[in-house]
Design a protein around this ligand. Structure first.
Ligand SMILES: C[S@@+](CC[C@H](N)C(=O)[O-])C[C@H]1O[C@@H](n2cnc3c(N)ncnc32)[C@H](O)[C@@H]1O
Length: 281
């Protein structure tokens, strides 16, 4: 699992820095493009997909595992009328940002899923872009990742009521790069921007849901992440002067990382999966 120090490298850079190139709601995950949608609309489409897919309604108690800056819980509270929402994140900066918003019905905790104990069970769970932090590259190389993923699925199962749905989104590893330049750029993004994290393979996620969750829907959305990352890169570049002035070398680092993301999704080294799971009771 990524440690709190790892998470600080990835997410505690500065909330203002991320606000310059993410969408207005600050989703730090793949959007869902339909037709000529821009990034703002495509991020709402993604949030709506999980609202519908996890069978959320205003009366349900909903958990967001790895809630980022709160885009999903804020959407569910303000746009969909959900009155009982909890988000957990391991980032202190994200936790503080959500707390400061004082969103009615929203509770946020700065805690790892490994230490989390809900007061009462939830009726639905959603986790967007957090699965990549569950196993480290070292654990995956040692073949321990499936057991670690299964333990995660067991925990989410134990926090939910019978019949609950779980909406999950994760980057997945697809074709293995052979080209040394591509390998180097992907390694930079993995080890410099997201230390302690690794993209799972789809078959590893599928193998580890058993016996806790039944898989009802699996969608891969590789092109959608290529588009999302390209839009983040375009926005980052449009703020180059300000970012260089305020954060120095961080500009180069993030430009390189986002360009590597666009390349990795375009060439099929990485893809994106959205899954709808139902509790096995
Ligand atoms: C790529 S961000 C995605 C954030 C958000 N879901 C979104 O779509 O914008 C990954 C999130 O997972 C959280 N996270 C990583 N490891 C975690 C852990 N062990 N327990 C709880 N949250 C964790 C991070 O703090 C961060 O909020």
């Amino acid at each position: 699992m990524s440690t709190q120090e790892d998470i600080a490298v990835s997410y505690d850079v500065s909330n203002e820095f991320f606000a310059l190139w993410l969408d207005r709601r600050m989703n730090y995950s793949c959007a869902l493009f339909e037709g000529t949608d821009d990034l703002e609309q495509a991020q709402v489409n993604k949030l709506r997909y999980f609202h519908d897919g996890a069978r959320v309604d205003p009366g349900k108690r909903v958990l967001d595992v790895g809630c980022g800056w709160g885009a999903n819980i804020e959407f569910l509270a303000r746009d969909m009328g959900v009155a009982d929402l909890t988000g957990i994140t391991l980032s202190k900066a994200q936790f503080a940002a959500i707390e400061a918003k004082q969103i009615p019905g929203v509770k946020v905790e700065c805690v790892s899923y490994k230490d989390y104990q809900p007061e009462r069970p939830f009726d639905a769970a959603i986790s967007i872009g957090m699965f990549e932090h569950i196993a480290t590259p070292e654990e995956a190389r040692a073949g321990k990742h499936i057991a670690i993923y299964r333990d995660y699925f067991r925990r989410v199962w134990s926090w939910t009521t019978p019949g609950s749905w779980f909406g999950l989104q994760s980057v997945i590893g697809d074709r293995v790069p052979r080209n040394p330049t591509d390998l180097r750029e992907i390694a930079h993004a993995t080890y410099t921007i997201f230390p302690g994290a690794i993209t799972p393979r789809l078959e590893a996620i599928i193998a580890s849901t058993n016996p806790y969750w039944e898989i009802l829907e699996v969608k891969t959305r590789r092109e959608h992440y290529e588009k999302t990352a390209a839009e983040w890169l375009r926005r980052l570049r449009s703020h180059e002067t300000e970012i260089r002035e305020r954060w120095g070398d961080r500009y180069e680092e993030y430009e390189r990382y986002l360009a590597a993301c666009v390349m990795a999704f375009a060439k099929g080294y990485q893809s994106l999966v959205q899954m709808l799971l139902r509790r096995v009771d």
